[in-house]
Design a protein around this ligand. Structure first.
Ligand SMILES: C[S@@+](CC[C@H](N)C(=O)[O-])C[C@H]1O[C@@H](n2cnc3c(N)ncnc32)[C@H](O)[C@@H]1O
Length: 204
């Protein structure tokens, strides 16, 4: 089987950032949930698997000052860096596999849209949760969006694990309290509808 990094680098090298199925012109729901969970613009924010998303652009425009974008694909981050031009230095960029990462600091808000659901093996999920625990402070907010139970079974040609906010809460464990949930029908650039479940957790 192809290595995940090889897969994702190929995707971002062969498709433009507006052609991928998960493209959003503006990630409005993520932005609204982040603004509500972290009104303090100094809150350290980590976008896990941020890819080429424009979330970082919008967070900079909003005035957040401590932003990190992490992705397994350097090609993905290259798209965002090229788009941001001179603002690129205001952001910390990390190329790593989230399941094999040892974070060196903590963040006050962790955001993940459509990354955790690719981890279909319990060992990968356990590694992600262990990193989440290590990289977040007490009272930190965690915003995760996955395909919902009635969402697609695959994304980018890969199988996914679908979650409701409740089944995601059960998977993350007792350290994370589910405080808010939201549903979104994402429309892909090709016009397909995909059911997403957004969950907001508070780190106990
Ligand atoms: C479906 S895309 C979503 C991108 C972005 N979050 C968005 O909403 O536009 C999944 C992203 O997760 C990244 N990714 C996949 N597996 C990863 C892993 N194990 N560690 C870090 N990033 C990963 C991919 O490179 C890709 O950018």
């Amino acid at each position: 089987m192809e290595e995940p990094r090889t897969h994702w680098d190929r995707v971002y090298k062969t498709k433009s950032e507006t052609e991928v199925s998960w493209y959003q012109r503006r990630p409005d729901l993520s932005l609204a949930l982040i603004r509500s969970a972290a009104p303090d613009l100094a809150t350290p924010i980590l976008d896990v698997g941020g890819g080429a998303s424009t979330l970082v652009d919008e967070l900079l425009l909003t005035g957040y000052t401590d932003l990190t974008v992490l992705d397994i694909s350097s090609a993905a981050l290259a798209c965002s860096k090229a788009r941001l031009t001179t603002k690129v230095e205001k952001v910390a960029w990390i190329v790593t596999d989230i399941t094999a990462w040892d974070p060196s600091r903590v963040w006050g808000l962790w955001h993940d849209r459509a990354v955790f659901h690719f981890l279909t093996l319990p060992a990968q999920q356990d590694a992600y949760v262990a990193t989440l625990e290590k990289a977040t402070a007490k009272e930190a907010s965690i915003i995760m969006a996955t395909f919902a139970p009635d969402g697609p079974e695959r994304c980018s040609g890969l199988p996914v694990q679908r979650y409701s906010p409740q089944s995601l809460a059960a998977r993350l464990g007792a350290k994370f309290e589910l405080v808010r949930e939201a549903a979104e029908q994402h429309v892909t650039p090709g016009g397909a509808r995909q059911s997403f479940a957004y969950s907001v957790f508070k780190r106990r």
